[in-house]
Design a protein around this ligand. Structure first.
Ligand code: ADP
Ligand code: ZN
Length: 211
C-alpha cells in the first residue's frame, strides 16, 4: 500500500504513520525526519534547509521533490510506504503523481487550538526521532526514549510563534493538497481524538485494517 498521511503540524501524522507502518510491514518516509537527519549530519542538503526549517517555513519544492523521489526509489519501498509530511504543496502533490501511484490519502483533522496545546507538550528523541507527548503519550521514564534510551528534547520549531507560522502555512499551502486528493477520489478523512489509541482505531477502520 502506498499511502499519503495529511494533517496539520502536530496532528499526530508521525505517530499514526509509525503504528500503521509496523502493522503493514512497510516503511514510513518522513520528510521532516529526513531533513533533520541531514542537518544533524551536516550534509550540503542539511546546510541548505536549516534556515527555513528553524523558522518553520517550507523547504523549496525542488529540493524536497528530489529527496523524496530518490528515497522512494530505494529497495525497502518497493512493496509500499507511508508518506508523512509530503506532499505539502499542490506542486509536490502533482510531482508525486508523476512518479508514484498513490492508493490513498489519509487526512487526520485537528482544530488549531488543539494543535497549539499539543505542540507545547511534544518531545522528540534526539537519537531515533520517536515522538512523545508529556501528557497524551508519555515515555515510561521522563525525558528518556522508550525505544532507544536517547534523550528527549523540544524541537526548535515547536515554540509558540513558530507553531503559529506553521499553522498559517498549513492552511495556505497544504489544504489545497487535500482538495487535490478529494478530486482524485483518494481522500479519507478521520477526526483526530484526544486519546492517541482512539485516533488509531479510526485510522485503521477507515483503511479497513484490523488492529
Ligand atoms: P510537522 O509534521 O510537525 O509539521 P515535519 O517534521 O514534517 O513537521 O517538518 C518540519 C519542517 O521540515 C517543516 O516545517 C519544513 O521546514 C520542512 N519540511 C518537511 N517536509 C516538507 C515538505 N514536504 N515541503 C517543504 N518543507 C518540508
Ligand atoms: Zn529514541
Amino acid at each position: 500500500m502506498k499511502l499519503v498521511i495529511l494533517g496539520a503540524p502536530g496532528a499526530g501524522k508521525g505517530t499514526q504513520a509509525g503504528l500503521l507502518a509496523d502493522r503493514l510491514g512497510i516503511p514510513t518516509i518522513s520528510t521532516g525526519n529526513l531533513l533533520r537527519a541531514a542537518m544533524q549530519q551536516g550534509t550540503d542538503l542539511g546546510k541548505q534547509v536549516k534556515e527555513a526549517m528553524d523558522a518553520g517555513k517550507l523547504v523549496s519544492d525542488e529540493l524536497i521533490i528530489q529527496l523524496v523521489k530518490e528515497r522512494l526509489g530505494q529497495e525497502d519501498c518497493k512493496d509500499g510506504y507511508l508518506l508523512d509530511g509530503f506532499p505539502r504543496t499542490l506542486a509536490q502533490a502533482k510531482a508525486l503523481s508523476g512518479f508514484a501511484k498513490i492508493d490513498g490519502a489519509l487526512s487526520i483533522e485537528v482544530s488549531d487550538s488543539e494543535i497549539e496545546h499539543r505542540m507545547e507538550g511534544r518531545r522528540i528523541c534526539s537519537k531515533c526521532q520517536a515522538t512523545y507527548h508529556v501528557e497524551d503519550n508519555p515515555p515510561k521514564v521522563e525525558g528518556i526514549c522508550d525505544k532507544c534510551g536517547g534523550q528527549l528534547v523540544i524541537r526548535k520549531d515547536d515554540t509558540h510563534d513558530v507553531v503559529e507560522n506553521r499553522l498559517h502555512i498549513y492552511h495556505e499551502e497544504t489544504e489545497p493538497v487535500k482538495e487535490y486528493y478529494r478530486q482524485e477520489g483518494l481522500l479519507l478523512a478521520v477526526r483526530g481524538q484526544k486519546k492517541l489509541a482512539d485516533t488509531t482505531q479510526l485510522v485503521f477502520d477507515a483503511l479497513g485494517i484490523s488492529l
